[in-house]
Design a protein around this ligand. Structure first.
Ligand SMILES: [Zn+2]
Ligand SMILES: [Zn+2]
Length: 109
């Protein structure tokens, strides 16, 4: 079983006639995804500058919410059944966040 007190899950919602995915972060404060530049450098900041500090939000959630392209950020296999609250894995590929269904989850079926 995946530990629901950490990691990220995906919530599936139907908004009018469109199915939307919403990333939910369960990581504690100070986790990698909850650290960001506090000096306003945007995506081009490097930890070497000493700007990267704990923030009150998840940068992956913000990325996918602000961009509005959670579906486009999917990097897993096609034809994976989705269900509400499924654990997902988040990674930064150098240009943007991408996500896939957690491996533990795939083995369940
Ligand atoms: Zn997070
Ligand atoms: Zn910075």
């Amino acid at each position: 079983m995946t530990d629901k007190t950490s990691g990220h899950t995906m919530t599936v919602v139907l908004s009018r006639d469109i199915v939307c995915l919403r990333l939910v972060c369960h990581e504690p404060d100070g986790s990698t995804c909850r650290r960001a530049c506090t000096e306003g450098c945007g995506d081009f900041c490097s930890d070497a500058d000493g700007h990267i500090k704990p923030v009150s939000f998840c940068t992956a959630v913000e990325w996918m919410t602000e961009g509005g392209d959670t579906e486009d950020c999917y990097a897993g296999d096609d034809e994976i059944p989705l269900h509400d609250g499924m654990p997902v894995e988040i990674s930064w590929n150098g240009d943007y966040y991408e996500w896939s269904v957690a491996k533990d989850e795939c083995r369940e079926n």
